[in-house]
Design a protein around this ligand. Structure first.
Ligand code: WTA
Length: 645
């Protein structure tokens, strides 16, 4: 954890915005409020505080269980909490199987459009059938309960099918974002020790083909665990297929082994569902582990509360399934609720900045959930693009991933929501599994605030020594009670789980989020930003350590430090400071960028690289990133008494 000074240093701008927006109450329309799932937030919140276990049990009863739980919450080995102990379940039973006996059997589960404009749709029946067939394929490759399957592709339906097929078998998926590259993928395969990799020949992104298979091949070679590679033919360009290891998805799915008749495995509620790697304070990415029982309750319940999903709704979460938002709110949450989801392969502004608005009109979408960076990016093109389209189908809008600046909030509300659609600003993390702080559509909103904690969720803003901060005082955001969607551990590293999240307030049993925040006079929460070495670039979560390790793998670079500097569209961008090896020729900035792109992926490429003779360090050798940041921003360096001279 870096010093408090870091927060003070960078977030003056956010502070000024908060002060301005704090008194601006925006109420959803009476129609939206009265028809919302949650009409009385205060009452529901109070009920959840008075009887937390009973409260979550009631939410869990909305789902199917093969066998009910004996105990809602087991705190005997905290912080290794267990939920719905003794219950038997499988998230696929709730996401697919149970709908097949209802009117939803022939309802659309997924509407998909590719970047070139090709479309595919799946009813619940059709999706369940594809999932069952692919589960049979995986089983024929020897995948069984607890085995890890790594999935690496773009935003195509097969990604969703592969995730659900893995879960159906009780195996554990590890989805690696398709924008990551060789080193990032190899590290994740290696940590998960996956024997099976599911990928695609390529993906479309802004008119270009991303060569996923080639990256996958290099990663498989480096990591050394993978025995079988299944390849979805998406682009059709020529790729190398290694005989005996690589198989085309469509070939396998046409074989008799791809039987749709396969039972969903009956699992304990605490059986692992997925690992999702994310960046933390130090070192390599952490495999955040989620399990079937509590996670399904959390994502389904919160999605219904916040986005108010109705049976006839068409819902669009524009995130990527490769990140937690996609896991919880493209794949599992909407399917459990029996909703119709829309998924789009490409970027918002390709080939023109009308693409999203055209999609909303074409498919008559009711809910749009995206990130501040996308909103700011589209805002730059002006109002005339969205104004050419009929956006009257929209009822609710959402945002996630980083604090939204009130200016972007207002634009989203006024131009896209036409003043009619409330904005659900959802604060949560890979670790929390689902929404934690977010409005329900019956409460007053404030532009730039995620409002208040959801029922069942107890959060606070505290000082370093654990005292609740007063109104408008910056502090650490903590969660004070366990919640069903919480991470269960860091995969193969339980010590890191305890150390990272639970050690700071060990005696009190609070979860440390790694964010700073403040509460205003009305109890509304304003998240300020990260206080550790995580940088949010365009909403993507990157660890300084991982980017630095990609930099120093360049043959000319001896040491590197990266910082996030504010950016109008992306929130932050990366600025890298590198020390060269003795006697080498200085590489060009482009050469270093290309290297990072190859190792980590485009999202990790620094926007600026500065070669320096030394880096500011403490006497114990820790790089003082806040000093670098202050220098980069031309701000005072603050307390440098610990700086090595
Ligand atoms: C940030 C994304 C402000 C925060 C779901 C958090 C936000 C980190 C918001 C988790 C929001 C997410 N307002 N900040 N509405 N949502 N964050 O794991 O810093 O990719 O700790 O999960 O994103 O990022 P992650």
């Amino acid at each position: 954890m870096t010093e408090r000074a870091e927060i003070d240093n960078i977030d003056k701008a956010r502070e000024a915005e908060i002060l301005k927006a704090e008194h601006e109450l925006v109420w959803p329309s009476p129609e939206i409020r009265t028809n919302a799932w949650v009409t009385d937030y205060e009452a529901l919140y109070k009920q959840s505080l008075d009887h937390p276990e009973r409260f979550w049990a009631e939410q869990a009863l909305a789902l199917d269980w093969y066998k009910p739980w004996d105990k809602v919450l087991d705190e005997s080995e905290k912080p290794f909490y267990k939920w719905f102990v003794g219950a038997h379940t499988n998230i696929v039973q709730n996401a697919l199987d149970r709908h097949l006996h209802t009117h939803r059997r022939n309802k659309l589960a997924l509407i998909w459009e590719g970047e070139p404009g090709d479309t595919r749709t799946f009813s619940y029946h059709a999706l369940a059938r594809e999932v069952a067939k692919f589960a049979s394929v995986l089983r024929s490759m020897g995948v069984k309960r607890g085995d890890r399957v790594t999935i690496y592709m773009g935003r195509v339906p097969e990604l969703v099918i592969a995730m659900l097929a893995t879960a159906k078998l009780g195996a554990v998926h590890s989805v690696v974002y398709g924008g990551f590259s060789t080193e990032a993928l190899a590290d994740r395969i290696e940590d998960a020790q996956s024997r099976v990799l599911v990928t695609a020949d390529g993906g479309y992104m802004r008119g270009k083909i991303v060569n996923l298979k080639q990256t996958a091949d290099e990663a498989v070679q480096r990591s050394g665990y993978v025995e079988h590679v299944v390849v979805v033919k998406r682009t059709g360009h020529a790729v190398a297929m290694e005989s005996g290891r690589d198989y085309w998805w469509h070939d396998l799915m046409n074989l008799p082994i791809a039987s749709p008749r396969i039972e969903t495995e009956i699992l304990d509620a605490e059986h692992p569902l997925f690992i999702l790697y994310t960046s933390g304070t130090t070192g390599r990415p952490k495999g955040i582990l989620h399990t079937h029982g509590g996670y399904q309750v959390h994502v389904a319940t919160t999605l219904r509360w916040v986005f108010d999903i109705k049976d006839e709704d068409r819902y669009w979460c524009a995130a990527d399934p490769g990140w937690i938002t996609g896991h919880s709110y493209i794949v599992y949450g909407p399917l459990i609720l029996g909703a119709t989801s829309f998924m789009y392969e490409g970027a918002p502004n390709f080939p023109y900045p009308n693409r999203w608005w055209q999609l909303i009109e074409r498919y008559s979408l009711n809910i749009l959930y995206t990130a501040p960076t996308a909103i700011r990016g589209l805002m730059r093109f002006g109002e005339s693009w969205p104004q050419r389209y009929d956006l009257s189908s929209l009822r609710l809008l959402g945002t996630v991933g980083e604090p939204i600046n009130p200016e972007a909030w207002r634009w989203y509300h006024r131009v896209i929501g036409q003043g009619r659609c409330p904005i659900m600003d959802t604060w949560w993390q890979t670790e929390t599994g689902g929404f934690m702080i977010a409005p329900v559509p019956s409460v007053a909103l404030k532009p730039g605030s995620a409002t208040r904690p959801l029922p069942g969720i107890v959060v606070d803003v505290v000082t370093e020594d654990g005292k609740s901060c007063g109104p408008n005082e910056d502090g650490l955001l903590v969660v004070k009670r366990p919640w069903p969607g919480m991470l269960r551990t860091v995969y193969r590293d339980p010590d890191r789980f305890v150390e990272q999240y639970w050690s700071k307030f060990k005696d009190r049993g609070w979860y440390l989020t790694g964010d700073s925040a403040r509460k205003d006079d009305d109890g509304y929460l304003w998240v300020i930003g990260r206080i550790d070495d995580v940088i949010k670039v365009a909403g993507y979560r990157l660890g300084t350590a991982e980017v630095e390790s990609a930099l120093v793998s360049h043959q000319a670079i001896a040491e590197a430090a990266v910082i996030g500097v504010p950016d109008d569209v992306k929130g932050s961008v990366i600025h890298a400071f590198c020390i060269l090896r003795a006697g080498v020729q200085t590489p060009t900035e482009d050469d270093v960028k290309a290297h990072v792109r190859k190792e980590m992926g485009a999202i990790a490429v620094p926007s600026k690289i500065t070669f320096v003779p030394s880096l500011p360090k403490t006497r114990s050798g820790k790089i003082m990133r806040r000093v670098l940041k202050a220098r980069a921003l031309g701000q005072p360096e603050g307390d440098v008494s610990t700086l090595e001279t």
